[in-house]
Design a protein around this ligand. Structure first.
Ligand code: RB5
Length: 146
C-alpha cells in the first residue's frame, strides 16, 4: 500500500483504549495501520512510544503518524524533538484544520483524557482530509529545522 494510505500510531496506557478505536476507524477507511504500541492499559512511559512514531516519521518511513497519551502533552513534547516532525496537539477542529493548511503537521497528537471518541474520530478525519496550502507556508516551515 502507498505511503499516503499508511499511518503509524502509538499511545501510552492512558490512551490505549482510544488508540484501539482510532486504529479500527482507520482500518475501516482502508488505511494500513502500523501499531507501535502500547498494547495494554498497564502503565508505561509515553516517551518510548512517542519516539518510535516520531523516528518513523522523521526518517520518512511514514508520512503521517498519530500519537496519544493522557493529555497529549508528553507525546507532543517528545515528538517535536525530532527533525522534520511537526506534531500538532489538537482538541478542536479549527486547530486540526490549520495544522494541516499552514503547518503541514505530520503527526496528530490527541489527549485520551481530553477528547471523547466521536470528537477524536472527527479530528482524525479532518486531519486526513485537509491538504497543506504550501506557498508562503512552505517557506515558513522550511525554517523550523534551521
Ligand atoms: C500518564 O499518567 C500521563 O502522564 C501521560 O499519559 C501523559 O498525559 C503525559 O503527558
Amino acid at each position: 500500500m502507498g505511503k499516503d494510505r499508511s499511518i503509524i500510531i502509538g499511545s501510552d496506557h492512558a490512551a490505549y483504549e482510544l488508540k484501539e478505536k482510532i486504529k479500527t476507524y482507520l482500518l475501516d477507511m482502508g488505511y494500513h495501520v502500523e501499531d507501535a504500541g502500547t498494547n495494554s492499559t498497564a502503565a508505561v512511559n509515553y516517551v518510548e512510544y512517542g519516539k518510535k512514531v516520531a523516528v518513523a516519521v522523521s526518517d520518512g518511513h511514514y508520512l503521517k503518524g498519530i500519537l496519544l497519551c493522557g493529555t497529549g502533552l508528553g507525546m507532543s513534547m517528545t515528538a517535536n524533538r525530532f527533525p522534520h516532525v511537526r506534531a500538532a496537539l489538537c482538541s478542536d477542529i479549527f486547530s486540526v484544520k490549520m495544522s494541516r493548511l499552514h503547518n503541514d503537521s505530520n503527526i496528530l497528537v490527541l489527549g485520551g483524557r481530553i477528547v471523547g471518541d466521536i470528537l477524536a474520530f472527527a479530528l482524525v478525519q479532518t486531519w486526513l482530509d485537509t491538504e497543506f496550502e504550501g506557498g508562503r507556508h512552505l517557506e515558513r516551515i522550511q525554517t523550523i529545522d534551521m
